[in-house]
Design a protein around this ligand. Structure first.
Ligand code: ATP
Ligand code: MG
Length: 564
């Protein structure tokens, strides 16, 4: 029995390891009792579900402990960055339900970083290397073997200063020079072997224009940006663990012993999200978009936030999934089926139940009067009685699913079978009397007779019939296009596969059904984004939807069929 009250159960027991660190730091009065985090996307692509995990951490911990989380665009590489991405990132964060304190840009610190680099040069702690990146890589050594010093390592300060200026002048081609920190070519941590601080990129920056040609590397920008802003907890993913000593090194240099109260950012790492049957690398996602292997960043098969949104996921479902997988210090591969399970749980509670027939075949109720109609009451959401009901028109000519009929059925097939009874949902019990077939054996029409006394809700209407089928009235339903999605990749872990990721795409990941029918009511409910097509699955309106040409996306099937 759980006797804990709500606030208690939400408290200490449920903290993840980073929240625990934050709580301890706040209790110990570190950073003057301040809590400041940041979410630092590079605006070189759209956010994906992996970023959602980082967002839930960065914003979530600030929210939980009364701190602030800022949004910082890590825009240090103008080659791949664009304002289109900036806008999309903001939209996606807000959609997930978070709000930043400030918006910052790493590019706002280009001058400060430059000045800091100049200071390090003057102190003999940085130098301009004119070797190629291949040569520099060859000299790095291995974790057990020390590296080799660059021939430019000891060039005079004045020469370094002049060359660093030149790197930024636009007259030096990309790759001809880099600025390196002069630290330790024998350090067991490879990141200390004179890491590159600046490289030349002869591209216009979307914010700073042509002012800069020398751009700082991640390791020379990230920690300092955190420091300039007053970040206390710089939370990132595990691959940055080996970068942490360098992160601290540059901050130590920057502080020069200032701030003796030790008010400084510290880096903490959690496991990144990897999901089966998809890829999370922005480079690969961008390739899928650019090579038209998907319809765009928001293709409903993409693991992007906008793709999930278009697919019909709610922000709550995404956050529920992130909660389910949790935060650890060990990398893992999470099952895509868990994301779908989170969506089902969420949609079961919120989806509006409507009727749709995806593979229609005509069902004629031969003893039902021609021209007669009846309005059958149907519950909007059995999980939420307060959502009320709507009605569905019944008539003599109906649509039913082709797969719900079998002429020669096995015993366990409790659907439409000649000679057997079945219930039409919220309507009548009918007895199938046969069908009409074309020359090639295709069933063209199915016939049945209804029992007028069996109407749902009537006294004595509920005699036992095993199956209940959904249906639509031919004269009262709307043609629609329905898009069914499956996994984007056909292998469990495309990132670990030797083959090119393009070869691993699931050729059956999109199935477009063009002759479906939905009830009129469904087409009129666009302010409710979340639908259940009864007996079929959860669906949403696609952005291509118009009342004249309704288009629906399947978010997820009703049950997990992956293990069939
Ligand atoms: P790229 O694929 O270009 O290397 P990235 O995925 O690292 O980019 P960023 O924009 O640099 O993208 O990421 C912003 C933040 O999101 C970083 O703090 C990063 O650690 C986090 N993040 C990125 N991918 C994941 C993931 N799969 N799981 C959890 N966090 C992630
Ligand atoms: Mg990155």
């Amino acid at each position: 029995m759980n006797t804990m009250t709500e606030p208690e159960s939400k408290g200490k027991r449920n903290l993840n390891f980073i929240e625990q660190i934050v709580e301890d730091d706040l209790k110990a009065g570190k950073n003057g009792g301040r809590l400041q985090t940041r979410f630092p996307p590079e605006p070189n692509g759209y956010l994906h579900i992996g970023h959602a995990k980082a967002i839930c951490m960065d914003f979530g911990v600030a929210e939980k402990f009364g701190g602030v989380c800022n949004l910082r665009f890590d825009d240090t590489n103008p080659q791949k960055e664009d304002t289109e991405y900036v806008e999309a990132i903001k939209e996606d964060i807000q959609w997930l339900g978070f709000q930043w304190g400030h918006i910052y840009h790493a590019s706002d610190y280009f001058q400060q970083l430059w000045d800091f680099a100049v200071r390090l040069i003057k102190e003999g702690k940085a130098y301009v290397d004119e070797q190629t990146s291949e040569q520099i890589a060859q000299q790095k050594g291995t974790p057990t073997q020390p590296g080799v010093a660059s021939p430019y390592r000891d060039r005079p300060v004045e020469e370094n200063l002049a060359l660093f200026e030149k790197m930024n002048s636009g007259e030096v081609p990309e790759g001809a020079m880099v600025l390196r920190a002069k630290i330790d070519m024998a350090n067991p941590n490879m990141h200390f072997r004179d890491p590159v601080m600046y490289r030349i990129i002869n591209k216009r920056h979307h914010r700073t224009g042509d002012k800069w040609r020398a751009y700082p590397m991640y390791d020379f920008a990230h920690g300092q940006s955190d420091y300039f802003e007053g970040v206390t907890h710089s939370i990132c993913t595990l691959e940055f663990v080996p970068h942490r000593p360098l992160y601290d090194y540059f901050i130590d240099e920057l502080k020069e012993g200032k701030d003796l109260d030790d008010n400084r950012p510290r880096q903490y790492e959690f496991n990144r999200l990897n999901l089966t049957y998809t890829v999370m690398s922005k480079r690969k996602l961008l390739a899928l978009v650019q090579e038209h292997l998907v319809s765009g960043w928001d293709d409903p098969r993409m693991p992007t936030i906008c793709g999930l949104r278009r697919r019909g996921y709610s922000p709550e479902a995404v956050r529920k999934f992130i909660d389910m997988i949790g935060y650890t210090k060990f990398d893992a591969l999470n099952d895509y089926a868990m994301l779908e399970a989170a969506a089902r749980e969420d949609l079961n509670a919120r989806a509006l139940r409507v009727s749709a027939v995806l593979h229609p075949v005509k069902l004629i109720v031969t003893n039902y009067p021609e021209g007669k109609t009846e309005e059958m009451v149907t519950v909007n959401n059995p999980e939420r009685p307060e959502d009320g009901t709507h009605t569905l028109t019944f008539s003599r000519e109906l649509w039913m699913e082709r797969e719900d009929f079998m002429e020669d059925a096995p015993k366990k097939f409790f659907r439409m079978v000649p000679g057997k009874e079945v219930r039409l949902k919220n309507a009548y019990i009918v007895k199938c009397t046969g069908c009409k077939k074309s020359a090639d054996g295709t069933v063209e029409e199915i016939y049945c007779e209804y029992d007028p006394a069996s109407r749902s809700g009537l006294e004595g209407a509920n005699r036992k019939v095993k199956g209940t089928l959904h249906w639509l009235s031919v004269g009262h339903s709307v043609p629609a296009e329905v898009r069914l999605y499956d996994r984007l990749f056909s292998v469990e872990n495309p990132s670990a596969d030797e083959r090119d990721f393009r070869e691993l795409l699931n050729p059956a990941s999109l199935q477009v059904l063009t002759d479906c029918y939905v009830e009129k009511f469904a087409v009129e409910q666009q302010d409710n984004r979340y639908l259940q097509f009864q007996r079929i699955g959860y669906f949403t309106y696609d952005k291509d939807f118009t009342p004249e040409h309704p288009v629906f996306n399947r978010t997820v099937s009703l049950k997990d069929n992956s293990k069939r």
